[in-house]
Every structure is written in C-alpha cells, then in structure tokens.
Design a protein around this ligand. Structure first.
Ligand code: UDP
Length: 500
C-alpha cells in the first residue's frame, strides 16, 4: 500500500486540469465542449499486476494505427455528478494520453427535457418515477431538443470519426449521425436484470433510435435489450480511476483534515492541511463546507456507516435512514452518514431537491437519540475535485460502506469503497453483483427492501472487525483485477477497432 501511495504522489503525467465545460447556451439544446485532460497510462504500472499492464500496452499499440487521424466523439448530458461524468472525465483523459483524439460534448436542454429523460431513466430501471407519460408529445419535445444538439454535432464530426453517445438522453442523436455515414456506438449505463412492462415500453420508445446504432454497449449481459441484434451488442463493465482525487490513497491525517475542513467530522486537534492532489498533479486544499442536517457533528473516533449517492429514490435514502434507525443504531455505537451532492449543483437531476427535502423531514421526525446518530450531508459541487476529495475521505474513514440501491446500473460507489479496502454491504442487483462476491469481497443483500436484512449485514461488519478487514482486503484485489480504468479503455478500443 505504501509504495502505491507514493507512486501516486510522485508521478504526474497529467497536462490539464479536470474536465470543464466551455461555453454556454445550454437552454436551446445546443452543445457544449468539455475540456478533457491528457493522462498517461504508464502510472498504472504501479497498481496493475504486471501481466495486466502488459496487456494494456499491447492493446494500445494495436489500436493506435486504426484510430490515427480520427476523432472519437463522446456525447453525454452532464459533465458533473453521477457515475457517467465520473468515468468519462478520466477514461477520456487516459485515451488522449494513449494518443487517441477523444473529445467530449455535452448536450443541453430545458427543464422539461431533463424531467422527461429522468422519467426514461427511471422507467428503464422499472420504476414509475413521476408517473408521467412517454407519448407522442414527449417524443416531439425529446426530438426537438436533440435536433439543435444534433445539428451542432453533425457540423463538428467529419468523415472517419466515430461517435459514442452515452445514455438515453443522447439516443435520439443516432439516426441523424448514421444518416451521414458516421459510425455510432450507443453506450447505455442503466439497466435491469429482469425487465417489466414499463422497461419494455421504454425500450420501444427508444428503439427507433437505438436500432440504428452500429453497436450498443451495456454494463452486463443481462442488461442488453430484447430485440437488439446480438452481433452488435458489446458488454463493457465500468471502471474507476485509481489516481483521481476520488480514489487516491490519503494519509490518515489528510482524511481527518479533509473531513474537518468540510465540517463532516470534528477535527482531532491536529493542524495537518486538508490537502489532496488535483488531476493535473497540483496540490489543493478542501475549503468549502458541506451542508449538514444533524443534531451535532460526528466526533473523531466515532465509527460510522456511509452511503454516498445522488438524492434519488432508487438509491433508497429513506430506506437507509429507516434501516439504520431501526436495526443498526439500537444495537451498536455507530453513526450513519448519508452523503450526496448539493442539489443546486446537479443540472440533469430535477428530482434531487424533492428527495433531499423528504429525507430531511424523515430525519426530523426521529427521536432525538436517533437524530444524534444520523447525519445527512450535502457536498458542495462547485469544484468537482474538491467534492471528490470529500467523498474519498468519507469512504476511507467509514467503518462500513453500504449501497442499498433498489436499482443500479453498475454502482461505481461500490467499486470506489472496495478499492479503499472497505467492508461493503450492497444490494444484489445490477452490476453490484459483478463486483462483490458474497461473503468473500463484501456482502450482498438479497432483498434490498427488507430493512432487517440490511441491518443484519451492517451489524455483521460492525460486530466482527476481522471479517470486515478480510473482506475489505479481498475487495481491493477484486477491483485491481477487474475494475480499473485501463481494462475499460481496452474494451472500448477493441470495440472501435471492430467497427472501423
Ligand atoms: N458522487 C460524488 N459526489 C456526491 C455523490 C456521488 O462524487 O456527492 C459520485 C460517486 O462517488 C460516484 C458517482 O457519483 O463516483 C455515482 O456513480 P454510481 O454509479 O454509484 O451511481 P449513479 O449516480 O451513476 O447512478
């Protein structure tokens, strides 16, 4: 661990700060360019097993001539907040570092467009969300919004380029690009293991766009939609970046200082700086404070259970709070921190503010002794890397990390906590099942809605520190082997190679 820690501090192959959106004018559905850094994959020599590292080198060597002179355009609906933005920020930077001209554009839209795409997102998970319809008037608005983004994109993309569109927000762009003969990959980051009628209806809503793609990518085989040409479906599991502010290993004193600076935990009297390393290798300090709903701050030395998630009903914040209050707090000394983004900072998630309010109300209705043990944290989003450092410090300081989601595409937060050697208890759904091997590298909750089972899993870790540690160590190795960025990158390069 120590060697890795220092290798991440001393190797600084980045050449540009984190992704930043350039330009304005999102309302009309136009396009905004995200400035992508350039990072060298060579630093992975210190974290990947040698055999894996050689595979990465060979894969890049093979892909370079094929992609020479071509731009690989990525299009998503946000550059901040959530797993997709998280992954693109670093994956594209490594692609650029490997000599691939990868670019990132973000589509715009009005609040109706994002309410509608959030509805699609919920439906694709089998949930009815806002109970709104997906009919012809919604289709008309969806297409009209994407028309101007599509026009702007078509003007940039030249023959020989490839476009990777991310998630349902962008699917409507496929036919226009295909009509111009541009190879298009549609990457769907959401999915369910067992589709219900709502899911199928939504597939039908999107099918006329998606069917035109040259390839579709899902996070796991079970997510591939019925009716798609199997030959054109690829499976690529998501991944994390071991060196990003979210995942770099921090000294204990750094963790303490970051949590104290953000107001997430009382300081321990040390004057260590709340320092973290930016993507470009420059040192920075955590300065902003989280907004907390709590009776009193968490004290140094108090154990805590953590869930980090957007404020989304599918992450089940209400269930986490209720399960902790009923089945963990009365039997242990642990606290709970539920941390999510400051909702004002996430543009494509209109539901967030309502969910935060509901959870705050739920907290307020608890008796004082439970309110004292439960802390709701909204982490400032103004500086994505500072936000990431806060999440990192929380994940490294937590005794148990939970992810009690009701639906999940992959669950990057699970991989993040596993990489930090945490004991993780998470729902047996979606890509979480590919990450945790139950009883070896964490615990899977068979019935995520059953609060008693959630409580029992959390208590198992709190009561047995040695099994928590053994599983945490296995969890880290699991991520090292399967879920680090270079593996995803190779999968994408192989797919693009086949397309071209
Ligand atoms: N995240 C964050 N700050 C927050 C809440 C979440 O940086 O306040 C990150 C989290 O660490 C993870 C991503 O957002 O990297 C969430 O990805 P995941 O796949 O778990 O869920 P999604 O939000 O994509 O459904």
């Amino acid at each position: 661990m120590t060697a890795e820690k220092y290798s991440c501090v001393t190797s600084l192959p980045y050449t540009h700060p984190q992704a930043q959106i350039m330009g304005t004018g999102m309302q009309g559905g136009a396009l905004n360019t995200v400035d992508v850094s350039k990072m060298s994959l060579e630093r992975f020599a210190s974290v990947l097993p040698p055999r894996r590292f050689e595979e990465v080198r060979a894969g890049i060597h093979a892909a370079r001539p094929l992609l020479a002179g071509r731009i690989v355009w990525n299009v998503s609906s946000t550059a901040h907040g959530g797993g997709v933005a998280e992954m693109l920020t670093t994956l594209l930077a490594y692609a650029r570092g490997a000599g691939v001209d990868a670019r990132w554009e973000v589509i715009g839209g009005d609040s109706r467009f994002f309410a509608l795409t959030k509805r699609i997102h919920n439906h694709l998970h089998g949930f009815n969300g806002d109970r709104g319809a997906l009919g012809e008037s919604e289709r008309a608005h969806y297409e009209a919004t994407l028309a101007s983004s599509g026009e702007a994109l078509a003007a940039k993309v030249k023959s020989g380029d490839v476009v990777i569109l991310h998630d349902p927000q962008t699917a409507g762009l496929i036919p226009r690009l295909r009509a111009r003969g541009i190879p298009v990959v549609w990457r769907c980051h959401v999915g369910v293991d067992r589709p219900n009628e709502l899911v199928r209806e939504t597939w039908r809503f999107l099918a006329r766009y998606v069917a035109a793609a040259d390839a579709t990518v899902f996070s796991r085989a079970a997510f591939a939609w019925e009716g798609l040409d199997a030959e054109r479906v690829a499976i690529i599991a998501p991944s994390l970046d071991a060196f990003a502010p979210k995942n770099q290993l921090l000294e204990e004193a750094q963790v303490d200082a970051i949590l104290a600076a953000a107001g997430l935990r009382e300081g321990n009297g040390s004057d260590a700086p709340a320092a973290f390393m930016r993507m470009d290798g420059t040192p920075a300090l955590v300065r902003r404070r989280a907004r907390l709903t709590e009776e009193r701050p968490l004290r140094h030395g108090e154990r805590f259970v953590l869930q980090v998630s957007r404020w989304d009903a599918l992450k089940d914040p209400a269930g986490v709070v209720a399960g902790f209050a009923r089945f963990v707090a009365p039997h242990t000394d642990a606290h709970l921190i539920y941390a999510g983004p400051d909702v004002a900072g996430v543009s494509d998630d209109p539901e967030g503010a309502r969910v935060v309010q509901r959870v705050r109300k739920q907290w307020a209705a608890l008796p004082h002794e439970l309110r004292e043990r439960i802390h709701l944290a909204e982490l400032p989003m103004a500086d994505a890397e500072e936000n990431a450092a806060m999440v990192n410090a929380l994940q490294q300081a937590a005794t148990v990390v939970v992810q009690k989601s009701l639906a999940e595409g992959f669950g990057l937060t699970v991989a993040e906590a596993m990489w930090k050697g945490r004991a993780v208890a998470a729902s047996r759904i979606g890509g979480i099942q590919d990450q945790i091997e139950h009883g070896r590298s964490g615990l899977l909750l068979d019935r995520p809605r059953v609060l008693e089972e959630f409580g029992a899993a959390v208590r198992q870790f709190l009561d047995d520190a040695s099994s928590a540690e053994t599983m945490g160590t296995a969890a880290r190795e699991r991520v090292r082997e399967h879920f680090l960025g270079p593996r995803s990158l190779l999968d994408y390069l192989a797919l693009l190679g086949r397309l071209i």
